[in-house]
Design a protein around this ligand. Structure first.
Ligand code: ZN
Ligand code: ZN
Length: 376
């Protein structure tokens, strides 16, 4: 039962009223408005623009910039994500980052604020409904507390949230139609319906992204990769990668993976608004994939009833030997690289061509191992 681990004696009435109230309004007042006054393109566009502005302020600003420092940003980017991030009604960036850093540090354990081990409902929204104000504190964000804009946002976050999240879309609605019906439409579509949509998309990262999908990089924690979830989470659905390499500005690390947040960060770099984008080296990512693929295959082989033919087994053994050998060699290279960065930089140019060939070979072998795994 999903409700059995919920401490019902500690309900946060303010948060609960807001979360449940907006949800109920989105399901009642929004359809009632459409029934009474209809819906026009302006309202649809307002919803979509506000959805992306506030949702990506959370993923790009709150998450990848402030919580993980995966890149640097000029003040206009900071200010925009602080204003529109507040309008997502997910508290101040100080509070959000403090909780999120605790999530990474204690993932799946008692001190993880939204631990999936306490159930899907708890990780999704329960942790907010039952988080008393007295529980609030700012641990692990001393670096952010030096940022004047961040501290300013923390002080006025509820005011900013109401102004940017509700009053702003209502004013736009009024400007479009010059009457109260227009203002109400702006408030309902750009404010209420949008805030409910953005919040549940964010909540899915803590619930669904720790439940559904695969684990191509590590089984160290419950985080999973899912293209489907990435569609609803501005690219944060590649959560297994993110938990393994949290300092990479990309969550969907492969070029084809759906990650609008990474494209926005990269695009803004081109016009000088962001910089210092942090990337995990490709060979390190492939090493993690190789180790994980081998672990998963061993598990499957151990539990499978299927017996492989002699030739397949020989091929598989050769592939695994090659990947293990490559794994060891790359790990040694990495240690060397750390020891003498300058020297390695000199050698790295010629080593790059060689490495590229090895990467290609490794991927071919990895594909073979995965194919065998799939038929088991
Ligand atoms: Zn997570
Ligand atoms: Zn994170």
């Amino acid at each position: 039962m999903i409700f059995n681990r919920i401490p019902t004696d500690r309900v946060n009435w303010v948060t609960s009223s807001f979360l449940i109230g907006t949800f109920v309004l989105a399901l009642t007042a929004v359809p009632a408005y459409i029934w009474a006054f209809g819906i026009n393109w302006f309202q649809v566009i307002l919803f979509v623009v506000m959805f992306y502005a506030t949702g990506m302020s959370i993923t790009l600003g709150y998450h990848r910039l402030f919580s993980h420092m995966t890149f640097k940003a000029k003040w206009p980017v900071k200010l925009f994500t602080l204003l529109f991030g507040a309008a997502a009604f997910e508290n101040s960036v100080l509070m959000w980052a403090s909780e999120h850093r605790a999530h990474h540090k204690h993932v799946d354990h008692e001190d993880d604020p939204y631990a999936i081990s306490k159930g899907f409902f708890f990780a999704h929204i329960g942790w907010l409904l039952f988080k008393l104000d007295s529980d609030e504190g700012y641990e692990g964000v001393a670096d952010l507390q030096k940022d004047k804009l961040v501290v300013w946002q923390d002080r006025y976050v509820q005011w900013i949230a109401v102004a940017v999240g509700f009053v702003f879309p209502a004013l736009l609605g009024y400007a479009y139609r010059h009457d109260w019906v227009g203002a109400l439409g702006g408030f309902l579509f750009g404010g209420v319906a949008r805030v409910v949509a953005v919040q549940h998309c964010t909540f899915f990262i803590n619930s669904a992204c720790h439940t559904f999908g695969n684990q191509p990089y590590s089984e160290r924690c419950s985080a999973r990769d899912s293209f489907f979830m990435a569609l609803f989470t501005f690219g944060e659905g590649y959560h297994n990668y993110h938990h393994e390499f949290q300092h990479d500005y990309r969550n969907g690390v492969k070029p084809w993976q759906w990650d609008p947040t990474k494209w926005a960060i990269w695009g803004m770099q081109k016009v000088g608004l962001t910089g210092g984008l942090r990337r995990v080296p490709t060979e390190k990512i492939i090493l993690a994939q190789i180790a994980q693929a081998q672990r998963q295959l061993e598990l499957k082989l151990a539990s499978s009833q299927v017996t492989l033919s002699e030739s397949t087994r020989t091929l598989l053994q050769a592939s695994q030997d090659y990947l293990t050998e490559l794994n060891n060699r790359w790990a040694a290279k990495r240690r060397e690289y750390v020891k003498s960065t300058e020297e390695a930089l000199e050698n790295s140019r010629e080593a790059m061509g060689e490495l590229r060939e090895e990467l290609k070979m490794a991927l071919a072998h990895l594909k073979f191992v995965k194919t065998i795994e799939a038929v088991l």
